[in-house]
Design a protein around this ligand. Sequence first.
Ligand code: DX5
Ligand code: ZN
Length: 215
Amino acid sequence: MNIIAPSLLSANFLNLKQDCEMLNSSAAEWFHLDVMDGRFVPNISYGPMIVDFIGKATTKCLDVHLMIEEPEKYAEAFKKAGATNLTVHIEACTHLHRNIQQIKSLDMKAGVALNPHTPVESLKDILHEIDLVCLMSVNPGFGGQSFIPHTLQKIKTLRKMIDEAGLSVLIEIDGGVTIANAASIKEAGADVLVAGNTVFGSSDPSSAIEQLLKA
Ligand code: DX5
Ligand code: ZN
């Protein structure tokens, strides 16, 4: 698969409607929405209310990335806000299996995100239960950081694990994705590229999306 998921974190929030319209008519299939609580990550972004507004402005898939503690408290609110995918961090979930069951019971696609230091092997006993793995290629919390090169090795290892198990779990890469490194990330085996700064820092966001897609 080859999906581009622009991250709204880098958008100008005074211009959100126009940005949604731009994304609606672009080649992006997903909107990536970063929710931060100031506890799991050292930054606070937005919650279900903004996700709900964005959902009303688009027909595309809402890919919600929860960088929060106790995500079970908010899963229902994000379902109501229109989330298609709900991704929780493995590092934030003591009872990850229970979190996954909850997300699936709410009829959302279940994703698990891994920080840069967390080995992909830690997914071995949950991989068959999930729809998506989000590999963080920066330390979560902020847009505009540089891609951590070791992520390429993690993608290859995870691709092998998924293929050998005959699963169709998607691999999403989040952080520091650029037009220059997109091809190598896809070659390593990624399905979904999240891009904040590369899209919204560009003078022509639609064309940046196109270039990421074609890379
Ligand atoms: C980082 C977020 C990312 C971020 C990516 O904590 O999870 O989704 O918006 O931004 P860029 O593409 O600018 O690294
Ligand atoms: Zn994200």
